[in-house]
Design a protein around this ligand. Structure first.
Ligand code: CTP
Length: 403
């Protein structure tokens, strides 16, 4: 079997050294990788390194080995092109179709999925010019991974770091596994909530639940790999931010509601995988609640939290927005699920049975996805990634046409 052909484009940023690790992962997992750096990338990592690690000659120019027409052949023959790091300049060139070196020529001739992993200073990333270029590339079907937040080149920190090479590799692996030229969620914005809310009683105590957030993260990662712009509203999971995903960290149900509704304003789909507390303490004690001398215990009065899923479903931010809920049930799983689907008014409801050893914190899940049109899709026991893919497979035909 021939190895999948990957072009690793490297543009001129300090994060170029991290692309060596991405290259190593790609070659070690059986990919034939051709590295195409830009001239400025070679200021950071030399051609000898790329050549030795990839086992292929490396050039930046279209004028070398002209008889082999590499400026056309490399792109045409690729199964995937990944540009890591992608500088602001590289995104601009790609968005405008410039072709002044081997990498930009390769991008124009490639007909396979293209992934950009941008890395730059926060101001450059946030500049409207860069944001418009990113939007253009995404509209055309490219996967542009959201940069990570953290320490940048100097003492400054912010959004703009190249995501961990392992995460970029994971995005590439998933895209290659799907084998489609254009990722099927390209150009879409999806919102996923994950984790469990915590409702504070006092500065040291809260009411919480046992949701690990793993299913929500699996959904967010799967959507990013399928080309969507993803906003993940995360509550108390402690899981590292995944590559390619915009993460909003929240604590309580009220904060989660606010973040989800804000992100949902321009979303094509919203998936509520978070376990949102139905109740919160009526009063937050600003000081730690103390034991009383009489041996008694305090009574905690609870009030209802807003039902985010029901609100999203009843009051869609956009016509045709797809809303997906989750239902964790302990008894009469399917009957309760059907009733919940009707009550909440969502399009799809992923129903799973929970118990002591089921679902919470585990890597596996088993579910039935109920649809408002009556369809039922059983998902056999398996990794949460598989359930995530099934959810997006079911969301896809329900999305409004056009973007
Ligand atoms: N949900 C929500 N807001 C809440 C409670 C739940 O948006 N205040 C969402 C969850 O994210 C999930 C779905 O509703 O997608 C189902 O949650 P579940 O706890 O099973 O439903 P409840 O409405 O709490 O029903 P009950 O506790 O009566 O079974």
């Amino acid at each position: 079997m021939t190895k999948p052909k990957v072009v690793l484009g490297v543009s001129g940023g300090i994060a170029a050294y991290k692309a060596c690790e991405l290259l190593r992962r790609l070659t070690e997992s059986g990919h034939d990788v051709r590295v195409v750096p830009t001239d400025s990338a070679l200021h950071f990592v030399g051609a000898a390194t790329w050549s030795a690690l990839s086992g292929h000659p490396v050039s930046t120019e279209v004028w070398e080995s002209v008889h082999e027409v590499p400026h056309v052949r490399i792109g045409q023959g690729a199964d995937l092109v990944v540009v890591a790091p992608a500088t602001a300049d590289m995104l601009a060139k790609a968005a405008h179709g410039l072709a002044d070196d081997l990498l930009t020529n390769t991008l124009l001739t490639a007909r396979c999925p293209v992934v950009f992993a941008p890395a730059m200073h926060t101001e450059m990333w946030e500049h409207p010019a860069t944001q418009e270029n990113v939007a253009t590339l995404r509209r055309r079907g490219a996967v542009v991974i959201e940069p990570a937040v953290g320490r940048l080149t100097g003492v400054d920190t912010g959004k703009g770091r190249l995501p961990d090479p392992g995460e970029i590799f994971e995005v590439c692996r998933r895209i290659l596994a799907r084998g489609t030229a254009t990722p099927d969620l390209a150009g879409r914005h999806v919102v996923v909530s994950a984790g469990g809310t915590r409702e504070p009683l006092d500065p040291v105590r809260y009411l919480g639940n046992r949701s690990s957030g793993k299913q929500g993260y699996a959904l967010a990662k799967a959507a990013a790999a399928r080309g969507a712009r993803v906003t993940l509203v995360e509550a108390n999971t402690g899981i590292a931010d995944p590559a390619g995903v915009d993460v909003v960290h929240v604590g309580t149900a009220v904060q989660l509601r606010e973040a989800v509704l804000k992100a949902a304003a321009d979303a094509d789909a919203v998936v509520m995988a978070a376990a949102v507390a139905d109740f919160r303490p009526a009063v937050y004690a600003t000081g730690k609640i103390k034991k009383k001398d009489d041996g008694g215990a305090p009574t905690v009065e609870l009030v209802r939290n807003p039902d985010v899923l029901a609100e999203l479903s009843a009051d869609r931010a956009l016509p045709g927005q797809v809303v997906v809920g989750f239902a964790a049930e302990t008894d009469d799983v399917l009957a309760n699920g059907r009733e919940k689907l009707r009550r909440k008014g969502c399009d799809l409801l992923v129903v799973n049975e929970v118990g002591e050893r089921k679902t919470f914190g585990s890597e596996e899940n088993e579910a039935v996805v109920l649809a408002a049109d009556g369809a039922e899709t059983p998902v056999p026991y398996g990794p949460k990634e598989a359930l995530a893919e099934t959810v997006w497979d079911l969301v896809l035909p329900r999305l409004r046409s056009g973007t």
